[in-house]
Design a binder for this molecule. Structure first.
Ligand code: PRX
Length: 642
């Protein structure tokens, strides 16, 4: 462990010594009161009657309170000196650019809210948004929130099956998409993908299409152009006052079961969590240019591209493209071009840049940066040091933020807005104020320092998911069953705490795979393999990867009449990319006769993983048939010889 490897900061900021500890200790005396004080920083139509209604495992925050998310992000600024401040600098994949002030964004959101209403969308209806990272994505989200509709964003890298599963589960009324998007200089055929599956989406009444190209596309009877429906709409739409626990959005994420889970977030609690964490962690100020490199299709984008920065009236940079296209310098050139002050990115992107050497970042002026952030997966200490030295020039603090789709906002981080503390490369540091975390073992006992265990959350928190869409039972089983008698939320992550109470996040304890920080479930990938006509059974595990964090390794048992071939190999890769999307591309596919299973038929992924990463397989007594392992071991012996 890197206990002695402190980065003792000589930052020029003087803060009250012990401020963080004081604030955290104070928050834990009465967590509810603490968060209620924070909630007062939002704009409410009516204050709550009760801070928390806790019917384990269901929490409702700020019961009786009424508010509107878009009012907190836009109206508030339009009525202040921020009215004509830049809200978004937008840079397209094709180097197209746009700038929107708070007032312009406000007008566009209002118009689109009226357009949605004209199509019959009202409070509680679900609207699926399937767009690349363009301002229209934010406009559509905020318009939903303005009228109390529930947005359901689908990452534009997902393909037709993933889209259909999510639309049908949410029973969306509308899809908002574009004739196309761009990624790595290539066209993303968003509308075509919608068309491929539209007949299987019975709940969809209309598809709204934003036009980005002059090429014509096929428009069906349910399709309407974005520019047509906003044409005669007024630039003011009265905001819908919603209850604090009214769902703001559903966001699907992968878990340990086959189907993605629809994580439901409310309004008042979620926004309070974001407002406060953004201040504590990033210490947003008036001059900041914030660049969060996530995609809005994932939770980081929802929380820290859309809601948190806009609530704070920050100017942000939104980038449609990838870090290395057309050259592996995009983030650095954008930092220089826009004078970015805070960069919030992923260990995967940093590892990719590290591979290209220091010359590229050193050729740009990065002196505007004052804070660096990371999220999505554990950051290796070497990568942390590279970031600190080469990008921050040893002048910028780092915030390594641990959280999840389900937690809504940041839970463990360096809170530079409260106090800059000594950092340890690779540690996310401490739970934020108002959050009570523990580390427990399999026997349900709290562990003391320096012991590895499961990270749990001991008390409800405002950003906490409300449930899984239409599936309270799955919500209970997934997150609350494992440590039921402790009434703790199970995060699925391993963690440890060192002598000085710094938290170290040690990766997933379950079958969730993280590819470039994106979540995919082993079971979900296995079911997709099995949906191909040639596949009888599949087992999917992951293996460490120097750039992506993890890569997908699949073991396939073919159906009778199908045989291993290069062609089939290629076809299976294509099948996964088509059904889920390019992030689901396996790095290795091995055809085997049998999979290692327990006597009750459960695939023993643990054993597969041991062979793949080359560690002893340990206890194999529950294995039904040892020959399955021998076969796989042989394959790997061959691979390792090469
Ligand atoms: O394993 C943890 C990892 O990402 C998981 C949550 O993934 P997702 O819901 O997609 O949200 C990602 C963005 C918040 C966690 O269970 N994770 C996230 N941040 C970190 C991390 N692991 C280590 N360090 C982090 N900073």
């Amino acid at each position: 462990m890197l206990e002695n490897d402190y980065i003792n900061n000589n930052f020029k900021i003087t803060l009250e010594k012990g401020a963080f500890k004081k604030k955290r200790n104070h928050s834990l005396i009465n967590i509810e009161e603490f968060w209620a004080e924070e909630a007062k920083k939002l704009v409410w139509y009516k204050q709550w009657d009760k801070i928390l209604e806790w019917n384990p495992p269901f929490a409702k925050w700020f019961v009786g309170g009424l508010l509107n998310a878009s009012v907190n992000c836009l109206d508030k600024h339009v009525e202040s000196e921020n009215k004509n401040k830049v809200a978004l600098f937008w840079e397209g994949d094709n180097e197209e650019t746009r700038i929107l002030t708070y007032y312009q964004l406000y007008q566009k959101v209002n118009q689109f809210s009226n357009a949605l209403k004209s199509l019959g969308v009202s409070k509680g209806d679900r609207v699926t948004i399937y767009l690349t990272m363009t301002p229209e994505l934010l406009i559509a989200m905020l318009a939903c929130s303005r009228i109390g509709a529930i947005h359901n964003i689908i990452f534009s890298g997902f393909s037709s099956q993933a889209l259909a599963d999510r639309v049908n589960d949410a029973q969306s009324k509308i899809i908002v998409t574009a004739d196309r998007g761009f990624r790595r200089g290539k066209i993303v055929e968003l509308k075509k993908i919608v068309d491929q599956t539209i007949d299987d989406l019975p709940s969809i009444q209309n598809v709204i299409v934003f036009k980005r190209s002059s090429n014509s596309i096929k428009m069906g009877k349910q399709d309407v152009w974005w520019h047509d429906i906003i044409k005669n709409q007024k630039s003011y739409c009265k905001p819908q006052q919603v209850e604090s626990s009214h769902p703001l959005f559903i966001l699907y994420t992968s878990g340990t079961t086959g189907k993605p889970k629809g994580v439901v977030h409310g309004t008042g609690g979620y926004l309070t969590h974001l407002y406060s964490t953004a201040k504590w962690v990033f210490d947003f100020n008036k001059q900041d240019i914030f660049f969060c490199t996530a995609d809005i299709g994932w939770i980081t984008g929802h929380s820290y591209i859309v809601y948190a920065p806009l609530m704070h009236g920050v100017t942000e940079l939104i980038y449609e493209g990838t870090p290395d296209y057309p050259k592996p310098d995009r983030y650095w050139s954008l930092v220089e071009k826009y004078g970015v002050t805070i960069l919030y990115t992923t260990p995967t992107a940093l590892r990719m840049y590290m591979r290209y050497g220091n010359e590229i970042p050193h050729s740009f002026d990065l002196s505007s940066l004052r804070l660096l952030g990371t999220v999505g997966e554990p950051i290796n200490p070497e990568v942390w040091m590279w970031y600190f030295t080469n990008i921050g020039k040893e002048k910028c603090a780092i915030v390594d933020t641990w959280w999840q789709t389900e937690t809504g906002g940041i839970m463990v981080s360096h809170c530079t807005g409260i106090e800059i503390l000594s950092m340890k490369p690779g540690s996310a540091m401490f739970p934020i104020p108002g959050i009570d975390l523990g580390i427990v073992n399999e026997e349900n006992k709290y562990l003391s320092k320096n012991q590895k265990g499961y990270l749990v959350i001991k008390k409800p928190w405002p950003g906490m998911l409300q449930t899984l869409w239409k599936n309270n039972k799955k919500y209970r089983n997934n997150y609350w069953k494992k440590f039921e008698n402790k009434l703790c939320y199970f995060t699925g992550d391993y963690a440890t705490m060192d002598n000085e109470s710094y938290f170290w996040l040690l990766g997933r304890s379950d079958d969730v795979i993280k590819i470039s920080g994106h979540r995919l479930g082993s079971t979900e990938l296995e079911s997709t393999f099995v949906s191909h006509k040639s596949v009888a059974e599949a087992a999917v595990i992951s293996k460490p990867n120097n750039t992506k964090g993890e890569s997908i390794i699949a073991f396939i048992v073919l159906r009778k009449g199908y045989f291993e071939s290069e062609k089939l190999h290629r076809e299976l890769i294509k099948h996964l990319r088509k059904k889920i999307g390019p992030i689901a591309t396996p790095d290795e596919i091995h055809f085997v006769n049998k999979l290692p299973k327990t006597r009750s038929g459960k695939i023993m992924r643990r054993l597969l993983k041991s062979i793949v990463i080359g560690v002893p397989t340990g206890d194999t007594t529950t294995l039904e048939d040892g020959t399955s392992l021998e076969e796989i071991q042989k394959i790997y012996n061959e691979i390792n010889k090469k």
